[in-house]
Design a protein around this ligand. Structure first.
Ligand code: G
Ligand code: G
Ligand code: NA
Ligand code: MN
Length: 250
């Protein structure tokens, strides 16, 4: 049987899990929130990552229900977190292109006790491959609820700077390819520096992803990225492990 047909049952069987990757403040070094990342704990194949999971969902035409399931689970767990923590949620370009999406997403958020002010929606520049007006409309509607919008995976794709000012963004998330070489190659550092400068000029916060070493963290902090996430301090984890981490730090 195909994975597509198995996915339908996976929801009900509790095989779709949401992990949370902690995000840290450069200024205070404290944990300030987390990004929700979906996983399929497949009974025989083991863990299936979000990218494969969403590819399977696309073939099965189940992206919307999968996403709603993940968002609902993430909200359900994050509403038990201390009030100062934020939650970042990923959404696919196909969802944003769907006229129903903004309304459904807003209604999911409305039913949760989590304030929209604590939420960030992560989009990728692939939203620009679809209809820009529809995307901008959906994002504007969601921003009205008070949530923030971040452009994810920046540096991994085409990075069309022109669109940066067309989308209602609050933050730029630097893909880990932008972080990898910053301690070894001066040109990598020059690119990072230029992008941080541009982001700040556009009024955007910068979040660095894939920080794996102390050296990378030091550069990220000194170059003015406000927040970072990465294996250096925390891989994606269950909600209770995140709360444990907070407790240990206190
Ligand atoms: O954690 P992982 O390597 O599996 O993540 C792979 C990619 O899948 C990341 O780019 C992440 O943004 C995306 N992703 C993770 N969880 C979700 C989700 O719930 N919805 C969507 N649309 N994308 C997700
Ligand atoms: O595309 P997106 O950036 O949202 O994907 C996040 C993915 O990157 C997750 O699958 C997560 O497990 C992975 N990830 C998170 N931190 C690190 C890191 O420090 N190094 C590497 N190589 N991958 C990371
Ligand atoms: Na993401
Ligand atoms: Mn990312």
């Amino acid at each position: 049987r195909s994975l597509e047909s198995e996915l339908v049952k996976a929801f009900g069987q509790g095989e779709i899990e949401v992990l949370f990757q902690p995000q840290f403040s450069s200024a205070s070094e404290e944990l300030i929130g987390a990004e929700a990342l979906a996983r399929w704990q497949h009974p025989t194949l083991g863990e299936i990552g979000a990218r494969d999971l969403f590819n399977i969902a696309e073939k099965a035409r189940l992206v919307a229900p999968l996403s709603r399931h993940v968002v609902a689970q993430a909200l359900e767990q994050a509403c038990h977190w201390p009030q100062h923590l934020t939650l970042s949620l990923n959404v696919t370009p196909e969802e944003i292109a769907d006229a129903e999406f903004a309304r459904e997403f807003a209604s999911l958020i409305g039913r949760s006790s989590m304030s929209p002010k604590r939420l960030t929606m992560e989009i990728t520049e692939d939203v620009l491959l679809g209809d820009l007006d529809t995307a901008a409309e959906a994002l504007a509607a969601l921003k009205k609820t008070g949530m923030r919008v971040a452009l994810d995976d920046f540096g991994a794709g085409f990075c069309n700077f022109h669109y940066l000012k067309l989308l209602p963004l609050d933050a730029l998330k630097l893909d880990r390819v932008m972080v990898q070489g910053i301690c070894e190659d001066e040109r990598d550092l020059a690119v990072l520096r230029a992008i941080v400068t541009m982001a700040h000029a556009l009024g955007l916060d910068v979040v660095a992803e894939g920080v794996e070493t102390d050296g990378q963290r030091d550069v990220i902090v000194s170059e003015g990225c406000a927040y970072w996430q990465g294996f250096l301090r925390a891989a994606p984890m269950r909600s209770n492990a995140l709360l444990q981490m907070l407790g240990d730090a206190a």
